[in-house]
Design a protein around this ligand. Structure first.
Ligand code: ZN
Length: 434
């Protein structure tokens, strides 16, 4: 992302300060309050898209629906969903906005994802204050962030601003940076909050001793972009001596949900309106996550099929936030394994394999599980020790017991796990649907 100009920065920072109290309170407010907020934003977004976007207008006309038909949140289900492929095509054909002023002065971010399909998302500068306050809520998930705390992002790209009037300073290191240099920089910057991919954090944990990890005195490690299991996060929290919480965000939908200290994934309902669909396009409890970004008018994502599988739920949480909860984040839909007629979600595979490794106590530093044929699974392993042959055959045996019968299993010892070009890595990958 490009940096803000001085004028843009001042505008965004002042707007963020103005709206902050409402955004900080909203996760604790009543359903009626939050649903009223969502309804007003979605209505505005639908009319905006219908008026200015040939892509959405054509789609809605073909479905015989008009933004006027949106009379309650439940009516959104009558509007067609949009896929990543459709959005990529509409953006490249300039069909998303008939009026080019919506693209002017916007900030562009690029999402690759592990599918390798690149989508270019524009964000209005005058809506970025909502993202800024939303970001603050994630960093302050444990309500202990001080204005003098530094945040370090080991990320693919930098955010448009580096501080809030000199407070809440942030630093950036590219995920492609050499790991030894990244560690030196972390030691030098001494952040209070570290935002990083799970695979990078594991790599750092392999390179530094426990005393050095604890000596960082981090307040929080915030994980994102790749799947991690609760057991993995607990192991990392133990090593670094601080809470390790996950958050779920995408370039398309913004900040979607974040884990609190009690292990609940709270949906940021004033950022994205979530629905769960199954293949028959009906509202279901478990299925594909479909989201509407409530703050992006430059590239509207309305009922966007994110490609991830999840479960939504309600209930109280000891932290006091009253939001809807993402009770299961099951991974990328395309990375589910189908073996012998059985569908295994990435979350299931990750949890089961990781727990198996904990129980069997193999000296494994990291792994990647890949379905590379209809009946075949390959496991890449990074080991903590040099002795490899025995471990490979023992892991193979354990894995064979875990997967449906008839599955061919290969175990490969390596130092380089499968990654995308941007350095992102999913521990569970299906090559069949890429
Ligand atoms: Zn909570």
């Amino acid at each position: 992302m490009r940096r803000f100009s001085t004028g843009e920065y001042l505008g965004a920072a002042l707007r963020a300060a103005f709206v902050a109290p409402a955004y900080l309170l909203r996760p604790y407010r009543s359903r009626a309050h939050i649903e009223r907020f969502q309804f007003n934003r979605i209505r505005k977004l639908l009319f905006h898209a219908y008026t200015h976007s040939e892509f959405y207008r054509t789609k809605y006309r073909a479905a015989g629906i008009h933004p006027r038909d949106f009379q309650s949140l439940g009516d959104l289900i009558h509007f067609p969903t949009v896929s990543k492929d459709e959005m990529i095509q509409a953006i490249s054909a300039n069909a998303l906005h008939s009026n080019s002023k919506f693209g002017q002065g916007s900030i562009e971010s690029v999402s690759s994802g592990s599918s390798g399909k690149v989508i270019r998302v524009s964000h209005n500068v005058n809506e970025t204050h909502a993202y800024a306050v939303g970001r603050y809520r994630i960093l302050n998930m444990r309500r202990n962030l001080s204005p003098f705390d530094k945040t370090l992002y080991v990320y693919t790209s930098e955010f448009p601003a580096r501080s809030f009037f000199g407070f809440y300073r942030s630093y950036f290191i590219s995920t492609l940076n050499d790991i030894t240099d990244t560690i030196q920089k972390i030691m030098h910057i001494r952040p209070a909050v570290l935002c990083i991919y799970p695979s990078h954090l594991f790599e750092i944990a392999r390179h530094i001793p426990l005393t050095q990890a604890r000596g960082l005195k981090l307040k929080l490690i915030s994980l994102n972009s790749e799947m991690s299991s609760a057991a993995q996060r607990a192991a990392l929290a133990e090593f670094f001596g601080c809470p390790v919480l996950d958050e779920y965000s995408t370039e398309e939908l913004g900040w979607v949900a974040a884990e609190c200290s009690h292990g609940t994934y709270h949906v940021w309902e004033d950022m994205a309106y979530l629905e769960i669909l199954d293949d028959s396009d009906e509202r279901r409890i478990t299925g594909e996550i479909v989201g509407t970004n409530l703050h992006n008018f430059a590239t509207p994502f309305i009922r966007y099929r994110q490609g991830d599988l999840g479960t939504l739920g309600t209930g109280s949480c000891a932290c006091g936030r009253s939001t809807i909860q993402l009770t299961g984040l099951l991974g990328r839909r395309n990375d589910s394994f189908v073996l012998n007629g059985q569908t295994l979600t990435p979350a299931y595979l990750l949890d089961t394999v990781y727990n198996l490794l904990l129980v069997d106590r193999f000296p494994i530093a990291d792994f990647c599980l890949i379905q590379d044929a209809q009946d075949s699974v390959r496991m890449q392993l990074v080991l903590q020790v040099a002795r490899a042959d025995d471990i490979a055959s023992e892991v193979k045996r354990s894995l064979q017991n875990l997967l449906p019968s008839g599955t061919r299993v290969q175990v490969e010892i390596t130092n380089t796990l499968l990654k995308t070009l941007t350095g992102k890595r999913n521990p569970i990958i299906s090559l069949l649907s890429q």
